[in-house]
Design a protein around this ligand. Structure first.
Ligand code: F6P
Length: 328
């Protein structure tokens, strides 16, 4: 029989994303609702190793549902990658009487949680928080929807200046290994081309497409490039390449960068965070461990952490086709 859970720890780890605070709030309040103590762990796994803990009651998370970033801070801990670091972290949890852990983050965070669970049999539950949306078992990760809106808003502004000057812009967006942000924001902002790691367009086809676009009378062009794209050139090299091969184009580059990770979460992300936090805590109280809570076929559902990490979050083929048709 599994141990009775009296105290749950919560942390945020890896790249922050809008909605993480809403998820912390949900975990803290669900614990209070079920009369379970909640302990906030600062700076992700690094804070776990250093014993940086603080008790959190329902009033400690007032007015954070609308805040970007994470009040618990985040880190990418190298120490947690070592057996010694994980041993120290485990000792701290045991000494503080923490019985289980909710980790909010992306695949690196889940990989750490899974190893920790395997080594110590320690109960863990994951909540997907990353703007990249590259986790299997959930249609949306926390922060993805907000990031899409941020990117679309930024590209709309770039479009104003691009069309005033008849220019072509390469806009680089985040997405280390995945093109979800680029593809969806690209369609939403009416991009002429979208370069993503999942589909290799090739330089020749990019030139053809830009030529076609010019010939069809378009006054401005936006090419959205995912940072993980495999075309073989970064946005600055792409600018040079196009200027050499299509001198009729006046080209500029805009790298949106970390602004995509900030800002107030969208309503969608706040609601998702609230739902996932409730499910994470209640699943732990039901004795479940080593799962991720996610949104699967519009329902909150559990996916084994191992699958969430190893399974790939596929690009929707229909979206690729829609994107092609929209550039006509
Ligand atoms: O994983 C989320 C993410 O925002 C990626 O899109 C990006 O490549 C990476 O984090 C940037 O990480 P850092 O802030 O550590 O440079």
């Amino acid at each position: 029989m599994s141990k009775i859970i009296k105290k749950i720890g919560v942390l945020t780890s890896g790249g922050d994303s809008p909605g993480m605070n809403a998820a912390i709030r949900s975990v803290v309040r669900t614990c209070a609702y079920h009369n379970v103590e909640c302990i906030g762990i600062y700076r992700g796994y690094q804070g776990m190793i250093e014993g940086d803990f603080k008790e959190m009651g329902p009033r400690s998370v007032n007015n954070i549902v609308n805040k970007g970033g994470t009040i618990l801070k985040s880190a990418r801990s190298m120490d947690f990658k070592t057996p010694d670091g994980r041993k120290r972290a485990h000792e701290n949890l045991v000494n503080a009487g923490i019985d289980a852990l909710v980790v909010i983050g992306g695949d690196g965070t889940f990989t750490g949680a899974e190893i920790f669970n395997n080594e110590f049999g320690y109960p863990v539950m994951g909540i997907p928080g990353t703007i990249d949306n590259d986790i299997f078992g959930t249609s949306h990760t926390l922060g993805y929807d907000t990031a899409l809106n941020t990117v679309v808003e930024a590209i709309d502004k770039i479009r104003d200046t691009a069309s005033s000057h008849n220019r072509l812009f390469f806009v680089e967006v985040m997405g280390r290994d995945a093109g979800h942000i680029a593809l969806n924001a690209g369609i939403g902002a009416g991009a002429e081309e979208i370069l993503i790691p999942e589909e290799d367009l090739g330089l020749e086809r990019l030139l053809e497409s830009l030529q076609k676009s010019k010939a069809s009378g378009k006054s401005s062009s936006i090419v959205v490039v995912s940072e993980g794209d495999k075309i073989g050139k970064n946005v600055f090299e792409l600018k040079e390449y196009v200027e050499e091969n299509l001198p009729e184009y006046d080209v500029r580059v805009s790298v949106l960068g970390h602004m995509q990770r900030g800002g107030s979460p969208s309503c969608f992300d706040r609601v998702l965070a609230s739902r996932l936090g409730v499910k994470a805590v209640e699943s732990i109280l039901e004795g479940k461990s080593n799962f991720m809570v996610g949104l699967y076929q519009d329902k909150v559902a559990l996916t084994p952490l191992e699958q969430a990490i190893k399974g790939s979050s596929k690009i929707d083929e229909e979206l690729l086709r829609v994107s092609d048709i929209m550039t006509t």
